[in-house]
Design a protein around this ligand. Structure first.
Ligand code: SF4
Length: 192
């Protein structure tokens, strides 16, 4: 494609065409990716804030991505009490672990509802890639807080990330996606 530079990442192609970024799915169709809404500036974080990244905000404005906040989709209000997992997101999906707030409230049901609604949204939009906020009990990819509310991290997926991954949707953190974008931009600049 003229002016385009394809960069291959895992099973998803990210193509830069005239400075705009497109993701191509397995069948070669242009696809939209999903992104944690707080990255694009939505004030949906548990404390009422956001985790804004400028590139994420620009991508949302350009309608390159579908924004999603699984915890709000699950019916939780904002602000809300912080929550952590007692096991991996996949264990929560299978009923072997719970999602608990700092005061001991079991919010597993809301997290599961939000995860399944996020999956439905992803499927409806043909999403094959999700860019998810790191360390969140919903959105975290391979690293979340360990359930002790001590700030300690452990190698687990959040509930939504686990469900999306299990259903063939690649999940990456915002840092990983940023690294890929920079890598793709470098290739476009150098023509390699
Ligand atoms: Fe952001 Fe995900 Fe937490 Fe919503 S659930 S505030 S999108 S990290």
């Amino acid at each position: 494609m003229p002016g385009g530079c394809a960069a291959w990442y895992n099973n998803v192609n990210i193509l830069l065409i005239n400075g705009r970024k497109y993701c191509f799915g397995g069948k070669g169709t242009i696809m939209i990716y999903m992104m944690s809404a707080c990255l694009a500036g939505c004030a949906c974080r548990y404390d009422g804030g956001s985790c804004t990244r400028d590139w994420a905000k620009a991508a949302a404005r350009a309608k390159e991505c579908v924004l999603c906040c699984p915890e709000q989709l699950g019916g939780l209000g904002t602000p809300r009490e912080p929550a952590e997992l007692t096991g991996d997101g996949m264990e929560v999906l299978r009923g072997g672990a719970r999602v608990m707030t700092a005061s001991g409230r079991d919010v597993t049901r809301s997290f599961l509802l939000g995860a399944y609604r996020a999956l439905a949204l992803a499927r409806h939009n043909g999403v094959e890639l999700a860019v998810l906020k790191s360390r969140s009990p919903s959105c975290g990819c391979a690293e979340v807080y360990d359930g002790t509310f001590s700030g300690a991290l452990c190698g687990r997926d959040g509930v939504t990330a686990a469900l999306l991954n299990h259903n063939g949707i690649e999940c990456v953190t915002e840092d990983e996606f940023e690294r890929r974008q920079n890598d793709g931009q470098e290739r476009a600049d150098t023509g390699n």
